[in-house]
Design a protein around this ligand. Structure first.
Ligand code: ADP
Length: 479
């Protein structure tokens, strides 16, 4: 594996820590690599270098930054197969999905290489005869990014590409479970020719220590986080003392509603795609499936037949569509959620347990019918291959159910009446709505949530805004 790196990347150099930790394959717990474990002091050093580099990088012409980003994108596409293989080894998702993630991740770099040239300001009619007003947009400064294990590649590029395009420099802390995809991106960034200090990657098992440095250090002007709502709240509190700009892409509790005028086969396919991707471990995965009573039985029958066909196993095997869960505590959490549903009257239609050995991280794709509001499947982010199916009667009832959560990230529904489609899309309190589709993520659209799912938008023409400040210039004496 030519792109396997175990040292961290600071100021254009590969750096060792004072100890190491292991990265293992979630499929069989085999050792993938021993990586260097960096300290809070080393994070501080990286921030200092990023701050020095910012003075240089922000002066580059947009077209110059774009050219280096473009080169980075091309290198990612050239090495897509190897990046995907490495991703599957450390994360477990099936190889085809991993390759999809690499292409999706690279597409942000391509997109923001283009957007770099379009950071326009305004000319605004002055409020007095001798006044003229203009605005410019400037990079916020050093950006710290903390990213999760479920998309070890794309969650990095989705933050770093707009930051770099805007003229910011970055210090990234990838999830300790999946640092290798991040380090491979650093190697390709090195080859692409970013000046030293523009991109820095700190791998560490001390997440909270690194987080504290990133939040407390006044040189960091912006923190972008993707992960749990619990950790997002900690980071927001920690950022208060230096009044940092923050973007938060946090947990979800996505409803997926099937109305009785929906194309049932299409809804089944959409629900499977949305629910079982990455073994149910994405923040936009369907969490609660609501089916209108007239088609409930027909839907359940078809959905069950489709779920039973999903093959669970080693992501490297091309027949496999559901890989292992990320770690033991993730499986334990899902087991408890299933048991809670059964204890409260839920019916286990299929699945419900691990596949193979007692310590296996493979979990059967599971369906629970007769799901109810008092169950954890309603209130918690499941983050595993479990579908709870709820029956509903009216539009008003399902909207109330769908919105009854502190989360507001993704939502989905299937139906054909266009007036109702507008009513439901407007009534759902979510940042994103999939209408007759279960797949909504794309570079060209603004990804992000409301309520306790966070704020800020990634991708699209809005994706640069999180990394830019607006400066207004008031020109007087224009007589
Ligand atoms: P998940 O539930 O997806 O693992 P987490 O929020 O625990 O989500 O992790 C997302 C990222 O946040 C990871 O990079 C992890 O190392 C990091 N992290 C976890 N706890 C903290 C913390 N207290 N401060 C800073 N980063 C943290």
């Amino acid at each position: 594996m030519k792109l396997l790196r175990t040292k961290s990347y600071i100021n254009g150099k590969w750096v060792t820590g004072h100890r190491k930790f292991s990265v293992t394959n979630p499929y069989d717990q085999s050792l993938v690599a021993e990586v260097e474990d960096l300290s809070r002091d080393q994070c501080r050093t990286a921030i200092q270098h990023a701050n020095d580099a910012f003075k240089v990088w922000k002066k580059y012409a947009a077209a110059e930054r774009a050219a280096i980003l473009r080169k980075w994108y091309e290198l990612q596409m050239e090495h897509a197969e190897e990046l995907a293989y490495l991703l599957t080894l450390e994360q477990g998702k099936p190889l085809a999905e991993a390759l999809g993630e690499i292409k999706y991740g690279a597409s942000f770099v391509e997109w923001f290489a283009e957007e770099a040239r379009r950071v326009y300001g305004d000319t605004i009619p002055g409020h007095k005869r001798d006044i003229r007003i203009t605005t410019i947009k400037q990079p916020v400064g050093v950006v710290a990014a903390i990213t999760p294990w479920n998309f070890p590649n794309a969650m990095i590029t989705r933050k770093v590409a707009p930051a770099l395009a805007a003229g910011c420099t970055v210090v990234i802390k990838p999830a300790e479970l999946t640092p290798l995809s991040a380090l491979a991106l650093a190697e390709l960034a090195d080859q692409a020719g970013f000046p030293p200090g523009v991109i820095n990657i700190i791998v560490s098992s001390q997440a909270s220590e690194i987080g504290k440095e990133m939040c407390a250090n006044p040189l960091v002007r912006k923190l972008s986080f993707t992960g749990s709502t619990r950790v997002g709240k900690i980071l927001m509190r920690q950022c208060a003392d230096t009044v940092k700009k923050v973007s938060m892409e946090l947990g979800g509790n996505a409803p997926f509603i099937v109305f009785d005028d929906a194309d049932v086969d299409a809804a089944v396919a959409g629900a499977i795609a949305s629910k079982y991707r990455n073994a149910g471990q994405t923040c936009v995965c369907t969490n609660r499936l609501f089916v209108q009573e007239n088609i409930y039985d027909a839907f359940l029958e078809k959905y069950t037949a489709a779920v039973k066909k999903l093959t669970v196993g080693n992501g490297i095997d091309s027949a496999v569509v559901i890989g292992p869960m990320i770690e033991e505590k993730a499986v334990v959490s899902v087991e408890k959620i299933v048991q809670n549903a059964i204890d409260n009257g839920g019916k286990l239609v299929t699945g419900g347990k691990r596949v193979g050995a007692a310590d296996s991280l493979l979990f059967e794709p599971t369906i629970i019918s007769n799901a109810q509001r008092n169950m954890q499947v309603f209130t918690k982010e499941i983050f595993g291959p479990i579908t709870p199916i709820f029956k509903f009667e009216t539009e008003a009832e399902v909207i109330e159910l769908a919105n009854d959560t502190p989360y507001g990230l993704a939502s989905y529904f299937y139906g054909s009446d266009y007036a109702r489609i507008w009513r439901i899309a407007e009534a759902l309190e979510y940042g994103m709505v999939g209408i007759n589709t279960g797949m909504i993520s794309t570079t060209v659209a603004p990804f992000g949530g409301i309520k306790e799912s966070g704020f800020g938008r990634e991708g699209s023409k809005y994706g640069m805004d999180d990394y830019l400040e607006i400066k207004y210039m008031c020109w007087g004496g224009v007589k």
